[in-house]
Design a protein around this ligand. Structure first.
Ligand SMILES: [Ca+2]
Ligand SMILES: [Ca+2]
Length: 95
């Protein structure tokens, strides 16, 4: 169904986004990765305190890092997070 497809698309994009930010492949977004993301988006002038607040907001289990579940739940829809979705012949392939 269409709704199901759209949900899968959305989650695929969040996953791509997460992997993109998680450059060191730890499966979690550490503070330095969040900071790097802001720099990459040319969001400069954000204080460390504001970044900490952002992380704390998303970090619902309080371990200081943002895991995938926290990211998927806490992140706003990422319109510009990753590169535009690449056109694929198969919408969903086993990975
Ligand atoms: Ca990481
Ligand atoms: Ca956490």
């Amino acid at each position: 169904m269409r709704l199901r497809y759209e949900l899968e698309e959305k989650y695929a994009r969040i996953t791509d986004c997460f992997k993109y930010i998680d450059a060191d492949r730890t499966g979690k977004l550490e503070r330095h990765e969040v900071k790097r993301l802001l720099v990459e988006f040319n969001i400069v002038g954000v204080s460390d305190g504001a970044i900490e607040s952002l992380i704390d907001f998303a970090d619902t289990d309080g371990d200081g890092e943002i895991n995938y579940r926290e990211f998927a739940r806490g992140a706003p829809p990422p319109p510009s997070c990753a590169r535009p979705p690449s056109p694929r012949a198969q919408p969903r392939s086993a990975s």
